[in-house]
Ligand binder design. Structure first.
Ligand SMILES: [Zn+2]
Length: 498
């Protein structure tokens, strides 16, 4: 089954016109003499061997005039050898030829990720699967899948059907103020208008999710679902108002930003609800990690809530931050008992979490550096340059971006080093990194792809290739071929190179 999936992933893509180098750049490449020319049926003639000395996910690929040999110690290593081979193939007449070469390769980091935000806007199976295909070609192996936001709940939970019935549709979406009609009145205190166009219902059924998880697994990609808590939960509170501190009825949010209304940390029924949700999520996602959010959770409502204050007093917690820390620890342990590791945004460090929680460092590298110092594993995705919802510095760009005050150009993305600033003896805690493609300003798959590619090609090389083997000049040439491949073979809407 797995072998067939690998074959399909390779042969489903026609061979590109000419090899223009490999992305990510392999660790060691030794050019050989001559070429290996075939009639195209080379896949069946590859000689495979197991070599336990090769690092996990690594491979050795040798092309001589008489054929191709691949050595590996894991199925993912074998798969990555084939992804390299795809990029080395040159079409000639009705056949395929390869320049002779010997490559030894293995990734620098084990977490090589991309965040896909289906919460603010919804992109659906087709865009998601195309993204997984393009990720596999780049040896990216983690899809961080955001499924719950204030603006939409996107995952079917059997025990709580109202989550998708009420939570997956909102009454409108924000647009920047363009006062063209009398109805275009900005929301008080904001720079936004509600376009009043119903959005949804948009969600994935559990069957959809099983299909996508299997599709990713065939490409050696682990999906890390994010079920955000305690903040960014307005869509869930719209479905079940009793889970909040006030019991007030909400609607899924029609604007972007940070809501003060969050899950009640003092209500046992809310904790039970989240446990039930995580039970179903654990059943759907076989991977080792579950993301439980933890970012942008204002404590305004908790300060006034008798239940939250009672829990803080009874457990002797350090105020509201201590209450969030208690929740992080509770769900980290809950997931650990189910064989999963919890991942949280770097704000969870304020609640002094246990050592098992993986910290995702987004406000800069500091959270990840601090996590590594205190013995927590960390994933690096500092806003600069890993937030690819930032403008990419194109002379003429038809799409809208969020503005964090800098441009995440291709070259800036290429400069990313997840281990920068991490102390010696602590670097083993840096699992790797990812780019985050938040979707407030991204309305459909066409725009989403434009923002991902080719910047994800740069991030992929940062996560795989050792710094001493990286070269912007070399990458700038190789990415031309990769961009053409993504457009011609996968029909991905890539941004131009400038
Ligand atoms: Zn409360």
């Amino acid at each position: 089954m797995m072998k067939m999936a690998i074959m399909a992933a390779v042969s489903a893509v026609s061979i590109a016109a000419a090899a223009g180098g490999v992305i990510p750049e392999p660790v060691k490449t030794v050019p050989g003499e001559g070429v290996y020319a075939t009639d195209g049926g080379f896949m069946e003639r590859i000689l495979y061997s197991f070599d336990g000395a090769i690092p996990k996910e690594g491979y050795r690929l040798k092309i001589t005039p008489s054929g191709i040999t691949i050595a590996f110690s894991s199925q993912s290593g074998k798969f990555y050898a084939l992804q390299t081979l795809r990029q080395l193939a040159e079409k000639e007449g009705g056949g395929v030829k390869f320049a002779c070469v010997e490559i030894e390769d293995a990734p620098r980091f084990k977490w090589r990720g991309l965040l896909f935000d289906d919460g603010r806007h919804f992109f659906g199976k087709e865009t998601l699967m195309k993204t997984l295909d393009a990720m596999a070609l780049h040896k990216l192996n983690v899809l961080h899948w955001v499924l719950t936001q204030d603006q939409g709940w996107r995952i079917e939970i059997k025990k709580y059907p109202e989550l998708v019935r009420k939570g997956s549709v909102r009454a409108g979406s924000p647009k920047p103020v363009v006062l063209k009609t009398p109805q275009d009145v900005p929301e008080p205190g904001t720079g936004w208008v509600n376009n009043r166009i119903p959005y949804g219902p948009y969600f994935y059924t559990q069957d959809d999710i099983r299909e996508i998880v299997a599709y990713a697994a065939a490409r050696h990609i682990t999906i890390v679902p994010e079920i955000e808590l305690p903040g960014h939960s307005v869509a869930a509170l719209a479905a079940y108002p009793e889970l909040g501190c006030t019991g007030e009825q909400f609607e899924p949010w029609c604007r972007w930003g940070i809501s003060e209304n969050i899950y009640c940390g003092g209500n046992d029924a809310t904790i039970k609800f989240l446990e039930d949700v995580l039970d179903e999520v654990c059943g759907l996602f076989p991977g080792p990690y579950i993301h439980i959010g933890g970012d942008e959770a204002p404590k305004t409502v908790w300060k006034k809530c008798p239940k939250c204050q009672k829990r803080i007093a009874e457990l002797g917690l350090a105020g509201e931050e201590g209450l969030q820390g208690w929740m992080t620890d509770h769900f980290t342990k809950y997931l650990a008992a189910r064989g999963k590791r919890a991942v949280g945004w770097d704000e969870v460090l304020d609640g002094a979490p246990g050592k098992d929680t993986i910290i995702m460092s987004w406000r800069g590298p500091q959270g990840g550096i601090k996590a590594a110092e205190r013995g927590n594993d960390a994933v690096m995705c500092p806003i600069d340059p890993c937030y690819i919802d930032n403008p990419q510095g194109l002379a003429d760009d038809p799409y809208e971006y969020i503005n964090y005050g800098f441009q995440a150009t291709l070259e800036r993305c290429y400069g990313f080093d997840p281990a920068a600033g991490v102390g010696e003896g602590r670097k083993q805690h840096i699992l790797g990194g990812q780019a985050n493609n938040w979707s407030e300003y991204t309305w459909n798959g066409t725009e989403l792809e434009w923002k991902m590619w080719p910047r994800m090609s740069a991030i992929a090389e940062c996560l795989w290739t050792p710094p001493e083997k990286k070269s912007w000049e070399s990458f700038r040439e190789r990415v031309k071929t990769m961009r053409t491949r993504l457009i011609r073979e996968m029909h991905v809407n890539c941004a131009p190179l400038q």
